[in-house]
Ligand binder design. Structure first.
Ligand code: SAM
Length: 286
């Protein structure tokens, strides 16, 4: 055990495991999985293979969506008796579209310490490689399974300015993309991150209609695990502002620094300086 990892009794550890590449397990995760009294796992058979690969002989305890509420109470009793427990899921970070929420909530309600042991998470891995804004984003998990509900839900996100992150599976990737195209339009920019950290890892950033064409070209491209990242809603400032104010801004921009030009136009038309500054930046980059 590394000097930094000392297992505490009566503590629940939330341990992230790889999402494909087994090299992504952290040293701290290995230490903790080796030394806790019990490992609660979504699928004990699946996790058994990972633990075997890591040469860890752990006592496994099943905790999945269908039995979580009932098992959470039993695990809390074990924690209260002084046991240390690690929670893992089939892949990535537990609780992120995986079981564990009831257990963690129950621990807090019973003053049991919960320690996160961070590592792989498909949403974060995809987001940081997406080339879309990461300063504010919205994790949306899986879209509804039925098209009517999916379209309704997507409509509610039409004016969401934050970057949107979705999980998707082989079975629904095409249907979801077609609904995204229907709601957001064919030019909506998005990123498809497929089979992250695995040998067929693919990251594609393009308008939704191009992505649909790409997936249609070869059925194998529709197979695997996907993260979809959509660019957030951008206000069309030029359409909202007085056309004379925009004209003046453009003219002044040719003679003055943008900051000064924006301040003069804002003053004359009673507008926001920042808005005009942004418009000036946008027109420069165009
Ligand atoms: N807890 C996991 C995490 O931290 O990312 C997510 C579990 S959720 C049940 C499974 C979904 O995560 C998949 O359907 C897929 O959308 C996404 N996912 C998991 N592994 C992935 C990978 N290697 N590449 C792309 N997406 C992945």
């Amino acid at each position: 055990m590394t000097s930094s990892t000392i297992i505490q009794p009566a503590t629940l550890y939330i341990v992230a495991t790889p999402i494909g590449n087994l090299g992504d397990i952290t040293l701290r995760a290995i230490d903790i999985l080796k030394h806790v009294d019990l490992v609660a796992a979504e699928d004990t058979r699946h996790s058994g293979i990972l633990l075997q690969h890591l040469a860890i002989q752990a006592k496994l305890y099943p905790l999945h969506d269908h039995n979580e509420q009932q098992k959470a109470a039993q695990l809390v009793e074990k924690l209260q008796s002084g046991l240390s427990i690690a929670l893992i899921s089939d892949a990535g970070t537990p609780l992120i579209n995986d079981p564990g929420y009831h257990l963690v909530k129950c621990c807090h309600e019973n003053n049991i310490r919960v320690v996160p042991v961070p590592g792989a998470c498909a949403a974060i891995a995809a987001l940081c490689a997406s080339g879309l804004p990461t300063d504010r984003f919205c994790y949306e998990g899986f879209l509804p399974a039925k098209s009517k509900a999916r379209i309704e839900y997507l409509n509610s996100l039409l004016e969401e300015p934050r970057t949107l992150v979705f999980y998707e599976s082989t079975h629904r990737i095409m249907d979801s993309l077609q609904d995204i195209e229907q709601v957001f339009g064919q030019e909506k920019l998005l990123v498809l991150a497929k089979e992250l950290t695995k040998s067929w890892e693919t990251i594609i950033r393009c308008p939704v209609h191009q992505l649909i064409t790409w997936l249609n070209e070869d059925e194998n491209r529709q197979k695997g695990e996907f993260v979809l990242i959509l660019e957030g809603y951008k206000k069309d400032l030029a359409q909202e502002l007085d056309p004379d104010a925009i004209k003046l801004l453009k003219r002044l921009q040719q003679e003055l620094p943008l900051k000064k030009a924006a301040a003069i136009v804002a003053d004359m038309y009673g507008l926001k300086k920042n808005q005009l500054y942004q418009l000036g930046l946008d027109s420069k980059s165009e």
